[in-house]
Design a protein around this ligand. Structure first.
Ligand code: 8IG
Length: 268
């Protein structure tokens, strides 16, 4: 695939490949599973098929331990076709923004009108212990990047659909909401940066999701964002951050997250 292929053409090609390979007419809903979420995906529906994302046009191999790299198609209990992306490309990989949002654009090109973007992140609210899922109410994009090109003025009021957050709270009424702040990474924040995120209205700090949400809104999809707080953000907790704790928090939270995703898929 040539590097200069237009991102949306590449997404069309990936979508066509998926629909042809799995013999489905369209994808109805897409889920991107972030850090800590892979264990939450089993048993969400009837397995249709799966492939390596890297085998599809435009996808690169994910690089992070704890991040998968497959596309899994399932038929949900309500007869919808759902596409699970078990990995994502991050902005910090340095490949630019287009690969970061390629999965989102591919899902849209395959027909998805709804996308659930999940991630693992640091929490600023000490009440959110490791393993707490939090709905994303809004975001602050500190990457200085955007997937949009030219004079593409996309409205981001209610970028995270209030209706979908309401559905999530039907499944789990204890879910809190917060503002997700995307840093470029890959280093975690300094305590001073975490204090800045708090001062500007942030509740969650991470390295994904906002660029994908922008691309999803451009494509006309409704977005549900759910963060798994896997660690207290730097300076909030007295101990340094480790990727190991991220993976452990995801493992421990898997049953709750699975219940949440299953309940959502029943209602979407
Ligand atoms: I998992 O504390 C995970 N991802 N930026 N900060 C940022 N990203 C994260 C964090 C965190 N935890």
């Amino acid at each position: 695939m040539s590097a200069e292929t237009d991102p949306k053409t590449l997404a069309d090609q990936a979508a066509k490949t998926i629909l042809d390979r799995f013999g489905v007419a369209s994808i109805d809903v897409a889920l991107v599973l972030g850090s800590g979420w892979s264990g939450a995906a089993s048993g969400l529906g009837q397995w249709i098929g799966e492939c390596e994302l890297a085998d599809l046009p435009g996808f690169a191999k994910p690089v992070v331990v704890g991040h998968g790299g497959q596309l899994v198609l399932i038929r949900t209990g309500t007869g919808r076709t759902a596409a699970l992306f078990t990995g994502r490309t991050h902005f910090y990989e340095g490949r630019g923004v287009a690969p970061v949002v390629h999965g989102v654009r591919t899902a849209a090109a395959a027909g998805a009108r709804t996308i659930v973007l999940t991630n693992g992140c640091g929490g600023l609210n000490p009440a959110w212990g490791p393993g707490t899922p939090v709905l994303i109410r809004d975001h602050i994009n500190l990457t200085s990047a955007t997937p949009l090109e030219g004079a593409t003025f996309i409205d981001l009021t209610d970028a995270y659909a209030p209706r979908l957050r309401e559905l999530a709270r039907e499944v789990d009424p204890t879910l809190d909401e917060g503002v997700y702040v995307q840093f470029r990474g890959p280093q975690y924040e300094t305590p001073a940066e975490v204090m800045m995120a708090k001062a500007i209205g942030g509740d969650l700090v991470g390295m994904s999701t906002t660029l994908e949400t922008i691309a999803a809104r451009e494509a006309g999809m409704d977005v549900l964002g759910i963060s798994l707080v896997t660690n207290a953000a730097a300076g909030i907790s007295p101990t340094p951050l480790e990727h190991g704790e991220v993976i452990a928090a995801g493992k421990a939270a898997a049953p709750r997250l699975r219940g949440l995703l299953a309940g959502l898929l029943e209602r979407l």
